[in-house]
Design a protein around this ligand. Structure first.
Ligand code: SAM
Length: 550
């Protein structure tokens, strides 16, 4: 490895210990114990960085190439040849360990938009880009035009390089441009000219370039120890000392400095108080401003840690509901009368990292419903979200509707939904919390035509009344019951030979001009399952492209 000059507090400790050891070794009269102590201190401090380097996950091929190309480059000569504005020290590269820290922070905070102030040869930028999802983006600000030429060919070789946009120019100008364009970032890495750190930071917060709850990482915040050494005169050291103090006194954020390399500050923008006070800037900082309980609306839609089930989860609407609840953070039991269908949806969820379990049950049978509830409750301790979605639809002219068709439809659509509501409701009432979402239908409001489906329409009207009754009876004990009424959804149910010719006729009745897709219902189920809908109960949420209004 290329020898770099000391740049971190630890590297200075090693350098001074080496010198001390050398001096001590040259004085025979010094006690042996002193020399042993110096050697031990040297071994511990010298070994630490090497060990961290070794134990950190391997860097990608492109990061390795960037590092080697950076340290092999004669930056002094480039500057003398007029290629760079400043004489750039190669030590300023974000190396392997720090790069991995940044990448991990991007991953665990699930950042999607990252800003870097001070790119140099792009090691930090590419590390963070590797941690971003496919549709994530990173804007890197850099004042030296040459550095873009240097980094871009290696970015182009990386599968993550396309996420990076390099903006050449003074970082402050770029920040102003980004703010004017209404950009906002989840994470910002500040690693440019130290004396402007306070200015960058203040601008990021004042102009909301950093989103609420977002994170700022700052490099070199220990600045070789000079931030705390009494005899510091160096301007950069003093600038960082002032910066650290400034952040510590700013109640808009929380900070911790990690003693990694030359110090990385991790600063999180927090939601402040919730008193309806107008501060001197005249801005009302209340629950609306900061979010209920400090949570943004998207956070209030999250279902992390919740246990859910979806009946009829093996296909169509139920499958889409299972995916939606899982994507929002819930564990999902996929219930279906057909074992293979439930299992195949569980396989899909597992691939996406969603905890799930397949349960086979015929919801028209009380013993199956009881077993389903017990299986889920014993696996996950409880049930928070119950999506009673399973249902059937048969068509017949009313004068010919058989008792068998009527009973079968009611047994599944209404009696089955009641059984599920009751069994899940008992658990939820006991814990004082629950969200029940029944699948009703637009047919509860209008009489869809031209097909005749008396039993279905009537059973679904029953689901709405069941929902209204339970929704009002149970809300005082923390259980909300609502239902969803989809219009005509493009699912296997309507692809039968007899229904296919009706599609054209239905379309003339739908203002939206198309059938519903199962994905049209996903946000609604997440909303009804989340705390964001806590004031809603007994409601029939109709999603039918306007069909019931024509
Ligand atoms: C410490 S290095 C950045 C290291 C980089 N983050 C990495 O991952 O290797 C600082 C960089 O900031 C750039 N810089 C300094 N002042 C700047 C300014 N006012 N605007 C934009 N970039 C600046 C320098 O040219 C240099 O490349």
């Amino acid at each position: 490895a290329c020898v770099l000059v000391s740049d971190t507090p630890l590297e200075f400790v090693v350098e001074y210990l080496r010198k001390a050891k050398e001096i001590a070794d040259g004085i025979p009269t010094l006690p042996k114990e002193l020399k042993t102590c110096l050697q031990k201190a040297l071994d511990i401090s010298y070994g630490l960085d090497m060990y961290l380097e070794e134990m950190t996950s391997h860097e990608s091929e492109q990061l390795g190439e960037l590092y080697r190309k950076t340290v092999a480059c004669d930056w002094n000569k480039l500057h003398q040849d007029g290629k760079t504005l400043f004489n750039l020290p190669k030590e300023c590269i974000t190396g392997h360990v720090e790069g991995q820290v940044l990448k991990t922070l991007v991953e665990i905070t699930k950042a999607k938009r990252v800003l870097e102030i001070g790119m140099f040869t792009g090691y930090g930028a590419l590390s963070m880009a590797e941690g971003l999802p496919e549709d994530g983006t990173l804007v890197a600000c850099e004042i030296e035009p040459y550095l873009k030429e240097f980094a871009q060919p290696i970015f182009d070789k990386s599968p993550h390089g396309k996420k990076i946009t390099v903006k050449i120019g003074s970082a402050m100008d770029t920040l102003k441009e980004l703010a004017a364009a209404g950009e906002q970032f989840d994470m910002v890495f500040i690693d440019a000219d130290k004396r402007n750190y306070i200015e960058y930071y203040t601008f990021l917060l004042d102009y909301n370039l950093l989103r609420m709850d977002g994170m700022i990482c700052v490099d070199n915040s220990l600045f070789k120890g000079r931030v705390y050494l009494q005899d510091t005169t160096d301007e950069n050291g003093l600038a960082l000392r002032e910066f650290n103090k400034f952040i510590q006194n700013d109640s808009r954020v929380q900070q911790v400095i990690l003693p990694v390399r030359d110090g990385i500050s991790v600063i999180r923008r927090v939601a402040l108080g919730s008193s309806k006070e107008k501060t001197e800037d005249g801005i009302l900082r209340d629950e609306v401003f900061f979010g209920k309980n400090g949570k943004s609306i998207l956070q209030r839609l999250r279902l992390d840690g919740k246990a859910a089930y979806v009946t009829g989860g093996g296909q169509g609407i139920g499958r889409a509901m299972a995916h939606a609840l899982g994507e929002a953070g819930a564990k999902v039991a996929v219930v279906d009368i057909v074992k293979e269908k439930a299992e195949s949806v569980v396989s899909e969820l597992t691939v996406k990292g969603i905890q799930s379990v397949a349960v086979t049950a015929d919801i028209s049978k009380p013993e199956d419903v009881q077993r389903m509830i017990e299986t889920i409750a014993s696996k996950w301790g409880t049930i928070h979200i119950a999506c009673n979605n399973a249902g059937i639809n048969m068509n017949s002219d009313s004068e010919d509707t058989s008792l068998e068709e009527w009973d079968q439809t009611f047994n599944i659509n209404l009696r089955g939904t009641f059984l599920c509501c009751q069994a899940a409701g008992r658990i939820m009432l006991k814990q004082g919390y629950g969200k029940i979402i029944n699948t009703a239908s637009m047919a509860s409001l209008i009489v869809p035509h031209p097909q005749n489906q008396l039993a279905y329409n009537t059973s679904k009207a029953g689901v709405v009344k069941l929902t209204q009754t339970l929704g009002t009876e149970w809300i005082s004990r923390g259980v909300r019951v609502n239902c969803l009424s989809p219009g005509i959804v493009d699912t296997p149910l309507i692809r039968s030979e007899s229904l296919k010719p009706l599609v054209q006729c239905w379309l003339t009745d739908i203002p939206a001009g198309r059938l519903a897709q199962v994905t049209d219902l996903q946000a609604a189920v997440v909303y009804l399952a989340s705390e964001a809908s806590d004031y809603m109960t007994g409601h029939n949420l109709v999603i039918e492209g306007g069909q019931s209004l024509w």
